[in-house]
Design a protein around this ligand. Structure first.
Ligand code: ADP
Length: 282
């Protein structure tokens, strides 16, 4: 392991190492310092912006909740899945290679993901960004170890939802190919099963001007979603234990759709006040 890390991180004369690039993740801003209640397993609040990670299975809603929190807290939402899709949509040399991996439901290599993330962080740094919520990274123990080396993560939110609902949610996912917003056409009514509570989720339908421009992600097919769930259990679930053992993991069982879950999530994060302040200022 050490040898591989050295190979990846050792600076070369022609290009700075990934490690050095990823070090740019360490912001020092003092804006929007967040304190969560003492019952949460996190380190003491520090005088800088939030540095959080969102974990969770495909379809759980990491993107939805992470991006809402980012708007609330004024920090960038950095989703490695989006970085991969941007690269896929480009005509860059990686595009074909990535399409094959993503459409099989497999993970992209740690090297490629770290390189995409480094580029994103570098661009953010030049715009004066500070703090972040990472969504979809880290997804392997190795990625988690690398992140731990270069920065202090304050809190890791682990979103949870029953697996049959995850599949339905992925299959109902749609994106407007013009504005990029995500919607969900699935109307979920899962019955109580094996001790799991019944759950309903209303669809998140697009406004009329997006309705005719909806597309489905090529990896949101039943076969590929099932493979992504399998890969999550194999490669990403250990990341939950990684953070649990460091006292940084906050488990959050989603009680339903956005109207039920959002206020509970804010409450769990001790952010209800933040939302009230923002609504009052609006
Ligand atoms: P999901 O809905 O499965 O959480 P994402 O949008 O986060 O999907 O990611 C889409 C795809 O991009 C993944 O299936 C994987 O191939 C790739 N990907 C995203 N983040 C990572 C990562 N941290 N490590 C490896 N591959 C990644």
């Amino acid at each position: 392991m050490a040898a591989t890390m050295n190979r990846i991180f050792r600076p070369t004369s022609s290009s700075p190492s990934l490690f050095n690039q990823l070090i740019k993740i360490r912001p020092l801003s003092t804006t929007a310092t967040i304190t969560t209640s003492s019952s949460h397993p996190r380190t003491d609040p520090k005088p800088r912006n939030v540095q959080w990670v969102f974990l969770g299975c495909p379809g759980v809603g990491k993107g939805t909740y992470a991006s809402r929190l980012c708007s609330l807290l004024g920090v960038p939402h950095i989703a490695t899945g989006d970085l991969v899709r941007e690269e896929l949509a480009s005509t860059g040399p990686l595009s074909t290679q990535l399409a094959e991996i993503v459409n099989q439901g497999k993970l992209v290599s740690d090297e490629i993901i770290i390189s995409l993330l480094s580029k994103r962080l570098e661009a953010g740094e030049s715009k004066g960004e500070s703090g972040f919520i990472l969504d979809g990274f880290p997804r392997t123990i190795r990625q988690a170890e690398i992140l731990e080396e270069v920065t202090d993560i304050d809190l890791v939110v682990n979103l949870k939802l029953r697996e049959d609902v995850l599949l339905e949610k992925c299959l109902g996912r749609r994106i407007c190919n013009q504005c990029g917003k995500g919607f969900n056409v699935a109307s979920i009514n899962a019955e109580e099963k094996n001790g799991l509570p019944a759950m309903s989720m209303a669809p998140l339908l697009p406004p009329p001007n997006c309705a005719s421009k909806l597309i489905t992600r090529s990896d949101d097919t039943e076969l590929v979603v099932k493979e992504r769930l399998r890969v999550y259990n194999e490669k990403s679930q250990p990341v939950e234990d990684f953070y649990r053992s460091r006292g940084k993991l906050m488990e959050f069982d989603l009680p339903g759709g956005i109207p039920e879950s959002w206020p509970k999530l804010l409450d769990a994060l001790n952010l209800d006040d933040q939302e009230h302040k923002q609504s009052a200022a609006a």
